[in-house]
Write a new protein. Structure first.
Length: 131
């Protein structure tokens, strides 16, 4: 029940959020270092997003690191608008987050780049690894 979780800010809830985030970070590592083909890479990336999101469902505003990692994962998968919204949310709550400011600038720059001649980065599900 999400209503129970939103009102409970105990150490137990923080531990559960940390566990979800740790599992997501594990899949992030696996996507970087242990993805031998596109199918494995895509699975790890989707697990990163899923687990980071679960950590934020449990602890939505209590940890700037969780918020930033999810915003970065969204940006890395090409979900730029949700990442931009999350960056703005983070900066309202944690204006001292230097990494978030940098990500925000990069995201804004990507929206201002309407030149078709510029090579766009590969987005999620683009085949970048051999089969």
């Amino acid at each position: 029940n999400l209503n129970v979780l939103q009102s409970d800010h105990s150490q137990f809830m923080e531990l559960i959020a940390k566990a979800w985030h740790s599992i997501g970070y594990y899949h992030y590592y696996m996507s970087l270092c242990e993805s031998s083909n596109q199918k494995i890479l895509d699975e790890h990336v989707s697990q990163v997003l899923k687990n980071y999101k679960n950590s934020l469902i449990i602890n939505s505003t209590g940890n700037v690191v969780y918020l930033f990692h999810y915003a970065l994962a969204l940006a890395n998968t090409g979900q730029l608008k949700p990442s931009l919204k999350l960056c703005k949310f983070i900066l309202k709550r944690y204006p001292e987050s230097f990494k978030t400011w940098n990500l925000l600038v990069l995201l804004i720059t990507s929206f201002n780049n309407n030149d078709d001649d510029v090579n766009k980065p590969a987005s999620f599900n683009d085949n970048i690894l051999p089969d």
